[in-house]
Design a protein around this ligand. Sequence first.
Ligand SMILES: [Zn+2]
Length: 363
Amino acid sequence: MSWSRSSSSSSASASSYPPKTDAESLRRQRISSSKLYNPDVSSKVPVIYSSYYDISFLGIEKLHPFDSSKWGRICRFLISEGYLEKSSIVEPLEASTDDLLVVHTEAYLNSLKNSVNVAKITEVAPVAMLPNWLVQMKVLYPFRRQVGGTVLAGKLAKERGWAINVGGGFHHCSGGRGGGFCAYADISLCIHFAFVRSNISRVMIIDLDAHQGNGHEMDFGNDERVYILDMYNPEIYPFDMTARNYINQKVEVVTGTTTDEYLKQLDKALGVVRSNFAPELIIYNAGTDILDGDPLGGLNISPDGVVQRDEKVFRFARERNIPIVMVTSGGYMKTSARVIANSIINLSKKGLIDTSARSGMNQ
Ligand SMILES: [Zn+2]
């Protein structure tokens, strides 16, 4: 297990951002005219979900080793156990092509018009055989809704102190490339929107999914406004050595790492970043594929360990009054939804978030 700090991003000069180029002004224009910040949230709690998130058709979703309706199941647990009212949930809009162009290249978005490419990105081979209109409707549309949710979470976190997008966390996708079930770079989009619309200038990404977050690393590698703490298993996908150079705080947890060791490493890492960077927004990528038994993650973290992990990160943010966005990212075992719901309930019990209807702004 190694633990080291990379200084690769310190070579860019602070004065080079934001770059005053045509591309940058076009990006600002797109962000300013976007509707993603529009939904009326005044009477709601900052928990974001739409029934459109859930992917299910023709049984194809069963071919990927995952529960593609975990997002809806998380909400159903929270509602049935009295921690969330259905009417309090914020429904996001779909990210439009113009919104996506804030970080994505036109060439990349065009590549999604070919079902073979979408099959490669989602790792569901039969998707290649489907007409693209069906792939757009059943796979990419749900993802675009989740992207809208992550972007909106940035706005809500600034206003309320915290926000949870029950979906999102597509951390393998960068502006020019998708992969690992991630077709759109929602984290990068959320951050660019926060820069322009919420007047935020320093963001910390805390990526605790089992996999390395190479998408946002490629997007912000030389951007001093973004500090990345990534704790991941180096022995699994994506083995992206270029992106690894862009991690500010790298914590490698090898296959078989246990709960105690994992939480100890997390405490140590949070202790270091505390004095290294003063963020105005934290994006927390809370993948649950660190769970013991996950077919992809290789780590042996108990359900209670995941709950403790999330509590540590929220405590880190809330005690310092730093707005925090949580996205749920990877982890698609049948038990994942239950663990995530338990974790949100724990955050509520510990007073780190308030999901009751009375916490709405106008109530
Ligand atoms: Zn993952």
